[in-house]
Design a protein around this ligand. Structure first.
Ligand code: ADP
Length: 166
């Protein structure tokens, strides 16, 4: 990648982005010149936030972070990775159950594209309990997620709750 620097693709559904995700991207920047946050549509029929909202919240979160770009993608992650001129997929790991799923995904991606490598970063202890599904559950039960998600995410959650949409 002449002139491009080292790029990592950080994929996920980010419904919504949590401080755990933010930590992985921030730490990724210490290793890579650029981190492209790749937002996938996701399989949930009723996401908390639409694809566009999720991407907009990520852009707001990393607004002042040079080196972070947010893009949405459809189709195979390895195709998107190549399209971006990258060779590395960066994923976070929390638990043994994460590990099982991640091994399968990394192996599948390696089979599809042997030139693309998957790298894992262990979660920071402060965020090891955080997941997007936990956030969605707390929201559905009427609790607050302040301190678990970026401020802009909390604001939009509060707004949606006020409007009675959730
Ligand atoms: P997916 O829908 O592909 O599982 P997510 O949006 O839930 O994507 O997560 C994207 C990536 O961030 C995954 O690699 C996941 O393991 C990682 N991740 C999620 N929460 C945390 C956390 N609290 N600490 C570290 N990594 C995390």
């Amino acid at each position: 990648m002449p002139g491009n620097g080292k790029i990592a693709i950080c994929p996920g559904t980010f419904d919504p982005v949590t401080l755990g995700h933010v930590d992985i991207v921030e730490r990724g920047l210490a290793v890579f010149d650029r981190v492209v946050v790749a937002v996938a549509e996701g399989a949930r029929k009723q996401p908390l936030f639409s694809l566009e909202e999720r991407a907009a919240l990520l852009r707001e979160t990393f607004r002042d972070r040079k080196g972070v770009e947010v893009k949405t993608f459809r189709g195979l992650l390895v195709d998107f990775t190549r399209q971006e001129g990258a060779k590395t997929i960066l994923r976070g790991l929390r638990t043994v159950s994460d590990f099982e799923y991640e091994v399968q995904m990394a192996s599948a991606n390696r089979f599809l594209a042997s030139d693309v490598e998957t790298l894992f970063m262990m979660t920071d202890n402060r965020y090891s309990h955080l997941s997007s599904s936990l956030i969605r559950e707390i929201v559905a039960l009427g609790g607050t997620t302040a301190g678990m998600v970026p401020d802009c995410v909390q604001k939009l959650i509060d707004q949606k709750c006020k409007e009675g949409r959730r």
